[in-house]
Design a protein around this ligand. Structure first.
Ligand SMILES: [Zn+2]
Length: 416
């Protein structure tokens, strides 16, 4: 940092401190958290929370950080949870992140200093057009930035600090949680929902300023196992049935219109994620995604039909489809407690932004928490181009994020 640190808002200064700590999670790990280094940020957060005045701040054996902001009203207000994840995506390195501040953005493309091919262009990243005059933070182009989700962490920390400094702002009890391993789908694996003790919660892990995400995919995993008949290839005529070829036929026959590369918006898809096998045994793993459970089941029927077709195409072979539930669209459960999303929209408005509802073509920690009984929609952070070297965030949008959280806990208190 070669800038005058004192003109940089607290939330951005925090953010830049957090992104410098490598917290990348790792897909193949069998430990929890998947990487020990995630606890490095956890430990820093515990000490900063204590400094701010949240005396019960602690990190548990799994690396989850918990803390309480006590309420300052006499009436009964439900405990609200604020949650962000500390890990960054396995796809792009998060080691030695050097945040770059582009002050007073005036349009055009941003080229990142360490890699001339890393360009953030408003034609590809249209949200940049709404950030004229903003101060934008990017990486230097050699790493991701880590706005996903250290922006959420910095915004929660700053909001809590602000609320403590302003006791005239009335709110109920607020529980804070920072989780690990969200990016590898294991963010809630050891999350102690009872100990967390919130009635309703929000993940601060979204993108465009003002947006509240109340829908995620419904998600299943499918495993299709093909059995062939193995015979010495020299004497195999009319006897050998290759499971490798059956599995390949199956994958090749997947409907091209229901693939991640051909769908967007509210369309679902079937997506093979691994294939392995020998002549005797072939295994194809797929993920199945749709916003509605019906749609999910229709896609699974397509898999079963295709498995039958494969058996006919390879007489003597066998094919078995097993489906495993992963997570469900949070909207169904959120509809049962509509105030959770309504109050967030109200808070966005009070913070001075335009609220909007959107859906995520994926899942969040909130999808699983909602399913476990803790309604948890997703609130924007202001970050964009997640999981890429061209990830960026506007400082002004981060400040809007902080303001939204400060308003949100007050809306809950006011309306309870
Ligand atoms: Zn995230």
């Amino acid at each position: 940092m070669t800038h005058h640190d004192q003109d940089i808002p607290t939330v951005a200064r925090r953010f830049m401190r957090y992104v410098a700590i490598d917290t990348q999670s790792q897909e193949e790990a069998t430990t929890y958290p998947s990487t020990e280094k995630q606890k490095d940020l956890g430990r820093l957060l515990v000490s900063e929370l204590k400094e701010i005045g949240l005396t019960d701040a602690e990190m548990d054996e799994w690396g989850y950080v918990f803390a309480t902001l006590p309420g300052n009203v006499d009436k009964a207000v439900p405990t609200i949870g604020l949650i962000s994840h500390v890990d960054t995506a396995p796809a792009v390195t998060g080691k030695d992140v050097k945040p770059v501040l582009h002050r007073n953005y005036q349009g055009g493309a941003l080229t990142l200093p360490a890699d001339p091919s890393a360009v953030i262009d408003p034609t590809e990243s249209p949200a940049l057009k709404n950030c004229m005059g903003h101060d934008i933070i990017t990486s230097d182009g050699s790493t991701l930035l880590g706005a996903d989700d250290k922006a959420g962490v910095a915004e929660i920390m700053t909001a809590v600090e602000y609320l403590i400094a302003h006791p005239e702002l009335k709110h109920g009890r607020v529980r804070i949680a920072f989780t690990c391993d969200e990016e590898i789908g294991r963010g809630t694996e050891h999350f102690d929902i009872e100990k967390f003790g919130a009635k309703f919660a929000y993940t601060i892990d979204g993108e465009t300023a003002g947006e509240i995400e109340n829908e995620t995919f419904c998600a299943d995993g499918a495993t299709v196992v093909f059995k062939g008949i193995n015979v010495h290839p020299g004497y195999a005529k009319n006897k050998l049935v290759s499971a490798i070829k059956a599995a390949s036929f199956f994958v090749r026959s997947l409907p091209p219109d229901f693939a991640p590369e051909t769908t967007e918006g509210r369309q679902g898809y079937l997506h093979p994620v691994s294939i392995s096998g020998t002549e005797e045994l072939g295994t194809v793993k797929l993920i199945v995604r749709d916003f509605e459970e019906d749609g999910l089941h229709r896609l699974e029927d397509v898999l079963r039909d295709l498995a039958e077709r494969t058996k006919k195409e390879f007489p003597g072979s066998d094919a078995q489809v097993t489906i495993e539930e992963q997570y469900r669209n949070m909207r169904m459960k959120l509809d049962e407690a509509p105030q959770v999303v309504e109050y967030a929209m109200e808070a966005v408005k009070r913070a001075g932004a335009k609220p909007g509802l959107s859906s995520i073509r994926g899942g969040t920690d909130g999808s699983k928490l909602t399913q476990m009984g803790l309604p948890t929609p997703n609130v924007f952070t202001g970050g964009h181009n997640f999981h890429a070297r061209t990830e960026w965030i506007s400082i002004q949008d981060m400040e809007l994020g902080v303001k939204t959280l400060v308003e949100l806990v007050q809306v809950w208190s006011e309306k309870s």
